[in-house]
Design a protein around this ligand. Structure first.
Ligand SMILES: Cc1cc2nc3c(=O)[nH]c(=O)nc-3n(C[C@H](O)[C@H](O)[C@H](O)COP(=O)(O)O)c2cc1C
Length: 350
């Protein structure tokens, strides 16, 4: 199976396996309602600066595709939607584009359609500094995501089995990259221990890529025709737990929350905890495939509008004020965090 065909199958199986609502831990989290916000809806501002550019809302269309002629139209629609709504976007892994110049246009289209927007390159955390530089140049990227995906690779019969040089490699890329490096998981989460290792390499941007959304163990099993689908094993850190583990370290990191978001109150909750952006992949793909580019643009505007209303209901005029609003952590997520030694009362009382 070529890398190019694999990328096509990921789209197909991601749509088949995406079942919402999902358990990414955010049903355990509650914002505290402010009945007297002393604000008007039109005063509430969802804008921010990210990688030296202005975003209308703290949202990211996360890495999905590129690398096969048949998926170029998807990156075109995602990029047009990002441009029209003023949010960030990442292209899918660019290894196929580095290997085959013929498919580079399937990534470049994202920059052509969104010349002024925030666009992120994407490669494996095992990619060399030269590959990273080439991927960045290919789309004039504002930053580069390096993905960690041990669980996915181990489930793929043709996947990598060697991960012993990951930290040394990330360090080299960080030292040589002309743009900021974002370390991301693809759906199994990052623990406090992992975050400390990454931070010590000089990384300033994290995408927690937690469990509870797209499940690459399920997808890879389906792709290879294995019907022994006993579900995802009890491994992986939910997005809520991973985000709070990361933020509880109080390191100067910009953190993106990703994994199972569907644009509900969960977005505001993640931002209140301290995430800078919320990323979505499968939800945006589903909307695009069921509706259209226009449908996706409307959905993104609708998510931004929901966020604005939720901010008003917590008394937050802007994202700075939203960060630090109390969040009550209950249920499994509270139990997980307490057993991991994270002080959760702090989030309820600020
Ligand atoms: C079809 C599909 C393809 C993906 N391909 C990539 C990829 O090439 N590189 C990467 O870093 N993440 C990839 N991801 C992972 C997403 O960027 C994201 O981290 C993950 O899906 C969790 O978000 P979600 O639950 O909103 O889908 C892919 C996800 C989907 C659904």
């Amino acid at each position: 199976m070529s890398r190019q065909n694999r990328k096509k199958e990921h789209l197909e199986f991601a749509l088949k396996t995406a079942q919402f609502p999902v358990e990414n831990g955010f049903s355990d989290l509650y914002l505290v309602y402010e009945a007297i916000p002393e604000l008007n809806l039109e005063q509430v501002d969802t804008a921010l600066n990210f990688l030296n550019k202005k975003l209308t809302a703290p949202l990211l269309i996360n890495a999905m595709t590129g690398g096969h002629p048949d998926v170029k139209h998807i990156n075109r629609s995602l990029a047009r939607s990002a441009a029209r709504t003023g949010i960030a976007m990442a292209v899918g892994s660019q290894t196929a584009g580095l290997e085959d110049p013929e498919v580079r246009d399937t990534y470049k289209v994202a920059r052509d359609e969104n010349p002024d927007g925030v666009l992120l390159a994407n490669l494996s955390a095992l990619a060399s500094p030269d590959m990273a530089k080439e991927a960045i140049t290919m789309i004039e990227a504002d930053g580069i995501q390096l993905h960690l995906n041990v669980a996915q690779e181990l489930t793929m019969p043709e996947g990598d089995r060697k991960f012993s040089d990951t930290l040394a490699n990330i360090e080299k890329v960080v030292q040589q990259s002309p743009v900021p490096v974002i370390i991301k998981e693809v759906g199994f989460g990052l623990s406090r221990e992992t975050i400390k290792k990454i931070y010590n390499l000089g990384v300033k941007y994290i995408d927690v890529g937690g469990k509870g959304g797209t499940d690459f163990i399920k997808i890879e099993k389906m792709r290879s025709g294995r019907v022994d689908d006993e579900g995802t094993p009890n491994i992986g850190i939910t997005t809520a737990a991973s985000l709070i583990e990361t933020l509880s370290l109080n390191l100067p990191l910009s953190v993106t929350a990703t994994g199972g978001f569907t644009g509900q109150i969960d977005v505001a909750c993640a931002l209140a905890l301290g995430a800078e952006l919320v990323g979505m992949a499968a939800h945006f793909l589903q909307v695009l495939s069921k509706k259209s580019e226009q449908g996706l643009i409307e959905r993104i505007d609708n998510i931004t509008d929901n966020l604005r209303r939720t901010m008003l209901m917590t008394g937050a005029k802007n994202l700075k004020e939203l960060t630090g609003k109390p969040v009550i952590i209950t249920g499994f997520t509270a139990e997980w965090l307490m057993r991991r030694g994270v002080n959760i009362t702090h989030y309820a009382r600020r």
